[in-house]
Design a protein around this ligand. Structure first.
Ligand SMILES: [Mg+2]
Length: 343
């Protein structure tokens, strides 16, 4: 009898399909299980990552401009490179596209891709195009250059390290909620004009995220090498658990230290949602989550875009969330505790 993929989930499926794969070449320094693979040829160390976006699953074209979609597809891949402490160099893009799309719409998609390549200083070096029966699929592969001793894996966080996060969290998730709400209202009454004023910040974070090139540069110029790093694509909880599971550590993070922007708090309020839930479980933030030795505290403090939200603990202490008042809560991500991710 065949088993549905949903029985395993995304992480479970990856583990099921790839658990027995062992690298055969010494040039494969790190294979499946991190934000990007690490390859070494002579003196060159490369980070390589790939991402696929499917219409109706990862994006909804009723409210996603094609330029933004192209830009975001590239940013997702660049964000994975920065999570390895690598700098983007090349991008390859494959699209499968159905007959409903025009040449002009594809031009807009490529405008977005080229704009992202300009800003992140990467060369668009190839790809593939194919017809599809329904909808649009975009697959992006990015190649980055890394300094071997500065590569940041997920499995090397150390007990006692500070847990740091860039920017603020939960905004993209709230932006998506606003877009979905307005889409629903528009479906019910096509005469209604979408009300997006006042939501520019949260919608912008969802539709047109940026990868944290600035944080990568700051870490490099300050002489800081995180002990572990990941980009937040699935939500703070899930991605922090990835680091803790891979590193075989626990963690303790403090609710009131988690950075949440005012527009996110306001929008969450309108949806009768706790902003913290959006920050913990929302995802699509593309902020960097990293751990650093306590000795680096002085170099971090005062950076306006970096928040220290907790610290790494021993595995037996578990992964905990500490509310401002009250008892610790176990940190839960998507699926089970033991996870493998390849994105
Ligand atoms: Mg990632």
């Amino acid at each position: 009898m065949s088993q549905p993929i949903s029985a395993l989930g995304e992480f479970g499926l990856v583990r099921h399909l790839t658990g027995d794969i062992r690298p055969r070449h010494p040039s494969t320094v790190r294979g499946i299980g991190d934000d990007a693979a690490i390859l070494r040829f002579g003196n060159a160390t490369l980070a390589v990552t790939t991402d696929t976006m499917a219409e109706g699953i990862h994006f909804d074209l009723s409210y996603t401009p094609m330029q933004h979609l192209g830009y975001k597809a590239a940013v997702l891949a660049f964000s994975d490179l920065y999570a390895m402490n690598a700098v983007p160099r090349q991008l390859m893009v494959s699209v499968a596209v159905s007959a409903k799309f025009s040449v002009e719409s594809m031009e807009l998609l490529y405008q977005g891709l080229k704009h992202a390549c300009d800003y992140y200083e990467a060369d668009l070096v190839g790809g593939d195009t194919s017809p599809s029966i329904t909808g649009l699929y975009i697959s992006v592969t990015a190649v980055g250059e890394a300094v071997p001793e500065r590569i940041t894996y997920r499995n090397t966080a150390q007990k006692g390290d500070l847990i740091c996060v860039s920017g603020d969290l939960g905004a993209a998730y709230m932006g998506l909620q606003v877009l979905e709400r307005e889409k629903k209202l528009f479906k019910e009454d096509a005469g209604i004009r979408p009300q997006l004023e006042g939501y520019e910040y949260v919608i912008g974070k969802y539709l047109r995220p940026e990868a944290r090139k600035d944080i990568f540069r700051f870490l490099s110029s300050a002489g800081l090498t995180p002990t572990a790093m990941i980009d937040i694509s699935d939500g703070l909880s899930s991605d922090l658990l990835q680091i803790c599971c891979a590193s075989k550590t626990g963690c303790e993070i403090h609710c009131h230290k988690i950075p949440i922007a005012e527009p996110t708090v306001r929008t969450a309020g309108e949806f009768y949602m706790e902003p913290l839930i959006a920050a913990l479980n929302g995802g699509d933030d593309y902020e960097l989550l990293f751990t650093l030795p306590v000795n680096d505290y002085d170099k971090l403090i005062g950076h306006p875009e970096i928040s220290i939200i907790g610290y790494v603990t021993a595995p037996e202490e578990g992964c905990c969330l500490v509310p401002e008042h009250g008892d610790k809560i176990e940190l839960k991500g998507m699926g089970t505790g033991e996870q493998v991710d390849t994105d």
